[in-house]
Ligand binder design. Structure first.
Ligand SMILES: Nc1ncnc2c1ncn2[C@@H]1O[C@H](COP(=O)(O)OP(=O)(O)OP(=O)(O)O)[C@@H](O)[C@H]1O
Ligand SMILES: [Mg+2]
Length: 281
């Protein structure tokens, strides 16, 4: 990475957005790739941390093949800047699906390596998206607690709704998380999105005493799997598709939504992630 350019760009306050779902296969990786592309198109500097342990990772989706990943950085074999991949539209991707699981249990030596290495990205990005793994592991909850904004992807499938609720419940009860942005994916239309949202919101109000926010919806659209097959983001290759238009609306909405935790940028995020200082047992 060009050090001079890095210095010139210092000063951006990076907003860290973690994307999770509880249930696997509901569209997290597609959401991350497309929101990242939409924001990059409108001139934002975007980075993605690929912490997805699933099968269809970002590298498959955006058509690149990482040779190294975060585990090589933590072992000292590589520097972070050597493993970062140039995605489309100037998006930078940290391939972290290998090595990231250890992050919440790192020794102080590895913590120092990670924090020192991450410093180079300070002030350079407007957004850092985190594509998390399925499930409600400690790693997933740690990302959501440390991030500035949490997006929960939900589909109308009952198992997706119950798993999304389970995720929100753990984050609220154990970590006192208050704000969740729901993104309804693979819905037939706005009406179905609202129905699913209202159901989930009602349960959260009744049992957790919190309201969740409606970030938007993405229709079920065959253009999504078509784009996946071509290893491109759908907003990129098929901007006229209904789902692409919706991704742009969601990206705009995301830019408008206030950040839940005002303090700190990228370094603050990593410190919070590594030290888990907000965990309540
Ligand atoms: N809006 C949509 N319309 C149609 N198909 C979709 C939509 N969103 C996602 N899909 C399809 O669902 C599948 C799963 O998507 P994706 O890989 O993004 O899910 P994920 O939540 O990241 O999965 P994992 O939990 O395994 O990481 C993909 O094959 C994708 O094409
Ligand atoms: Mg995924």
């Amino acid at each position: 990475m060009d050090q001079a350019a890095a210095l010139k760009d210092k000063g951006r306050q990076t907003r860290v957005i973690a994307v999770a779902s509880g249930k696997g296969g509901v569209g997290k990786t597609n959401v991350v790739a497309n929101l990242a592309c939409a924001l990059a198109d409108s001139g934002r500097k975007v980075m993605i941390l690929d912490a997805d342990l699933g099968l269809a990772n970002l590298d498959v989706l955006l058509g690149f093949a990482p040779q190294y990943n975060l585990s090589h950085v933590l072992s000292g074999e590589k520097n972070l800047e050597d493993i970062v991949i140039d995605g489309p539209k100037g998006i930078k991707v940290i391939p972290a699906s290998s090595g990231i699981q250890e992050v919440t249990h790192m020794g102080t030596k590895e913590q120092r390596i990670l924090l020192d290495q991450m410093e180079i990205f300070d002030g350079q990005f407007d957004y850092l998206f985190i594509d998390t793994a399925a499930g409600i592991s400690e790693m997933v909850t740690s990302f959501l607690v440390a991030a500035h904004t949490s997006i929960v992807v939900v589909t109308p499938e009952p198992t997706s709704m119950t798993d999304a609720y389970a995720l929100i419940k753990v984050l609220h009860n154990r970590f006192d998380e208050q704000q969740f942005h729901l993104l309804l994916n693979s819905v037939q239309n706005m009406k179905e999105a609202e129905q699913v949202f209202n159901k989930l919101n009602l349960v959260c109000e009744k049992f957790l005493d919190i309201s969740v926010d409606f970030l938007g919806y993405i229709p079920s659209d065959k253009a999504v799997p078509e784009a996946v097959r071509r290893q491109r983001a759908v907003v990129d290759i098929n901007p006229e598709a209904e789902c692409s238009k919706r991704f742009l609306i969601v990206a705009r909405e995301l830019e408008r939504t206030p950040v839940k935790k005002q303090t700190g940028g990228l370094q603050f995020f990593w410190r919070r992630l590594l030290h888990g200082e907000f965990a309540r047992e």
